[in-house]
Design a protein around this ligand. Structure first.
Ligand SMILES: [Zn+2]
Length: 413
């Protein structure tokens, strides 16, 4: 194993140890462990020779500056928050690879024709506030101020959390790198699916990222005594939600070639066995490679929810939390990455990403590119998540060569 790979592995393990839960890896946005991870990342970036900073959302940023003041910007990034009971590679692998690449450049003392940034995005999973990409949306100048009012499950608001970070809400979408100054964005990330294992290949190109809609749905019925209310006089919010959720699954199954549908989070009140549920809220996650189709499906489900609510005399609230169109990776960057893959990997394949990534937000300002890295059996969002040292070594060689070849071109202004 070369020294880069062994350092990457050590750092992945070290970050994987930082968790809010003793039993498993859980590092939600803005928690104690999240802040601890932030400090570690800052230290590693500084060690790699980068100028470091953080921002109001909690992104950790490092940069190797070009001496050319008009140089464009190139960023390598991924996220350092996690889901509950997570694996340690999802997110951190991309950041740590980026730090290692920057380290290699600063060691060589190479004069860079572009400013090379590494960004560890504070929140991508959206587990705490049910809003994905909080970190990268700030970098892309797309932070929606309405999000500040959002609260987590314990009533703690996003604005309260962010007030503890450096920065000003007023300027939240200012001081960003303007689109014309971007050279590109690159995100190495585990595949989180089984294709690379099936194809027996360590890495691959990513063609693009599926469109995604996130909706919060609330059903307001009437709570009542489970023993005294006759069945036909009830306004049971949980039964309404259940009818809807099975409809969501059905629609997904009917359109499985181009759609996945998930209700992953649900809250029922008062949530006791002898009371009819009066208030239920749940998430809805819809994804498709086809923007128009996703728009139509979202409307279809909205009308279905309205109908159920009307028939069951339930009040419905439908709140679209996020709507991200599909993303196509930049052709020029993809070609350059393909050349590097061919040097260090026997096979070259290209697949789309069903999972969302920070590249979605960055695509609003920069040409984006992604490299997928094989994870064992395609398992992710799970402690069983695993990437072999050999595959990490390949991903480092490919990623470094990709950036190095871009740097050799020296024609960016
Ligand atoms: Zn991820």
């Amino acid at each position: 194993m070369n020294k880069e790979t062994s350092r990457i592995l050590k750092r992945i393990d070290a970050l994987g140890e930082i968790s809010d839960d003793k039993q498993c890896l859980s590092r939600f946005y803005g928690t104690k462990s999240h802040k601890k991870a932030r400090k570690k990342l800052l230290k590693w970036m500084a060690k790699a020779g980068m100028q470091t900073s953080t921002d109001i959302v909690g992104n950790v940023k490092g940069v190797l500056k070009s001496s050319n003041p008009n140089a464009k910007h190139f960023m390598i990034g991924s996220h350092y928050d996690s889901v509950f009971n997570a694996g340690k590679y999802d997110g951190p692998l991309g950041i740590i690879l980026g730090i290692e690449i920057a380290h290699a450049f600063s060691k060589q003392n190479t004069e860079l024709p572009f400013h090379l940034h590494v960004c560890a995005f504070a929140d991508e999973e959206g587990c705490r506030f049910n809003i994905a990409y909080l970190g990268s949306s700030l970098i892309a100048g797309n932070f929606n101020k309405n999000w500040l009012k959002k609260e987590d499950d314990y009533g703690y608001s996003l604005s309260r959390l962010m007030k503890k970070n450096k920065g000003d809400f007023k300027d939240i979408n200012k001081n960003i790198i303007p689109p014309e100054s971007w050279l590109g964005y690159f995100e190495p990330h585990i595949e989180q699916g089984p294709v690379l294992c099936d194809e027996n290949t360590a890495v691959c190109l990513v063609s693009g990222i599926a469109a995604q809609n996130r909706v919060n749905i609330t059903w307001k019925g009437i709570s009542g005594h489970a023993g005294t209310y006759p069945m036909d006089l009830r306004n049971d919010a949980l039964c309404a939600a259940s009818e809807f959720i099975l409809g969501v699954e059905n629609l997904g199954k009917q359109n499985k070639e181009k759609l996945v549908t998930t209700v992953g989070k649900i809250k029922s009140e008062p949530n006791v066995s002898n009371v009819i549920p009066g208030l239920v809220s749940h998430s809805l996650d819809l994804r498709s490679p086809n923007n128009k189709f996703l728009e139509n499906i979202t409307k279809t489900l909205y009308y279905k929810a309205l109908k159920i609510a009307e028939e069951r005399h339930i009040e419905l609230q439908w709140e679209i939390m996020q709507s991200n169109p599909s993303v196509t990776c930049n052709n020029q960057l993809k070609e350059a990455l393909a050349t590097s893959i061919k040097k260090y990997n026997k096979k070259l394949i290209e697949i789309p990403s069903g999972a969302g990534h920070d590249a979605v937000m960055l695509s609003n300002v920069a040409p984006v590119s992604m490299l997928f890295i094989r994870c064992k059996e395609g398992i992710s969002h799970n402690p069983e998540e695993y990437v072999s040292p050999e595959d990490i070594e390949t991903s480092f060689k490919v990623s470094f060569d990709f950036i190095n070849e871009l740097a050799k071109k020296n024609e960016y202004e």
